[in-house]
Design a protein around this ligand. Sequence first.
Ligand code: PLP
Length: 425
Amino acid sequence: MSASPVWHPFWQHGLGEPIPMVARAQGAALFLEDGRRVIDGISSWWVTTHGHNHPRIMAAIREQTEKLDQVIFAGWTHEPAEQVARGLISMLPEELTRVFFSDSGSTCVEVALKMALGFWAHRGEPRHRILVLEHSYHGDTIGTMSVGERGVYNAAYGKLLFDVETIPFPTGVGTNTLAALEAACANHADGSHEGGPPAALIVEPLVLGAGGMLFYPPAVLTAMAEICRRHGVLLIADEVMTGFGRTGTMLACEQAGVVPDILCLAKGLTGGSMPLAVTVAQEPIFAAHWSTDRARTFYHSSSYTANPIACAAAVANLAIWREEPVQARIATLATRQQALMARLAPLPGVRAPRTCGTIAAFDVEATDGGYLSNLAPRLMNYFRDAGVLLRPLGNTVYVLPPYCIDETDLARIGDVIEEALATIK
Ligand code: PLP
């Protein structure tokens, strides 16, 4: 048993691994209490976009702390929240018009699911069926676990989860994904599905992150959106991980020419500095809740909804997107990631090297490749001891650094991966 009372997330304390103490961070680097420098190869769980402690974001946070720390957001507002909402609306496709705040990726997805069901309920056509993609991950709350892959993450809580319908993972145009989606959307018309028509399809656009950095082509997303539109099924895009440039464009949906009915954004919203999330809806979703009847209120909140300090960080992040060459940095990193995978591809044991924008991944050939395999922690410990933060998903190793990482640090990550693969069998 460890001396610290802290219980860590997604961490098996029983394995007795040391837990590094991080003292500060800058750019793509973490600095430990003992002075060691660690390269942040996963953007501290996919949140840090422009780099740690970005001066503009830190200054905005400092400035906001002098003015307003926190205020109730039910029927009250403040300038940072208004600026985030206006700034986002000006960056996003014009159909997305309403911004609802929350504080994590999981909660903005919960909100999206409630908005979708509320939309149908308030129109007097209640719908409950939710369609999901195989291997999806949308968070760890009860609702988001329900729409995610069932497995080791949530096996103990199965009784609490609601039923959803799973569409096979799209490996390419022409896989049975589209036929299955078409069937799921259509099979109510003749009364063959007692649940009636589906309320919504929820997807991670182009990249299924925690499911193993699985990529699928934009054309499949385009086709899925078209099927949903034709059948009047809402499309929820969970861009919690893919949003803010991860896949090469501001939104992954852009590459498919898709505008979802409901969009979920979190991690990169504050540049990864503060917990904040938004669920952005098209006007009809908002309109279905708009009424003089209080029963049609959108009943969702949390105490810290739209915290002003987090909003100030998001305002600074949006300004960085508007005023700095973020897209050029992303393009540079994307090219370097391709070079990294080309370098690692010929190594023994490396399977399916792949990149999508700033994300690079490959699978390590292993006989016990599941999430619980011993390979992942052994690799992770090797990386940590060599001064690199990487956290394989089962036998999938991925590199997802802040956009500011330089060539030397990325090459060092490549060296350490190469050493680890030669050492860990
Ligand atoms: N949705 C996706 C696609 C994610 O990748 C994640 C987290 O990794 C979440 C939702 C949950 O976000 P959070 O951890 O902020 O609750």
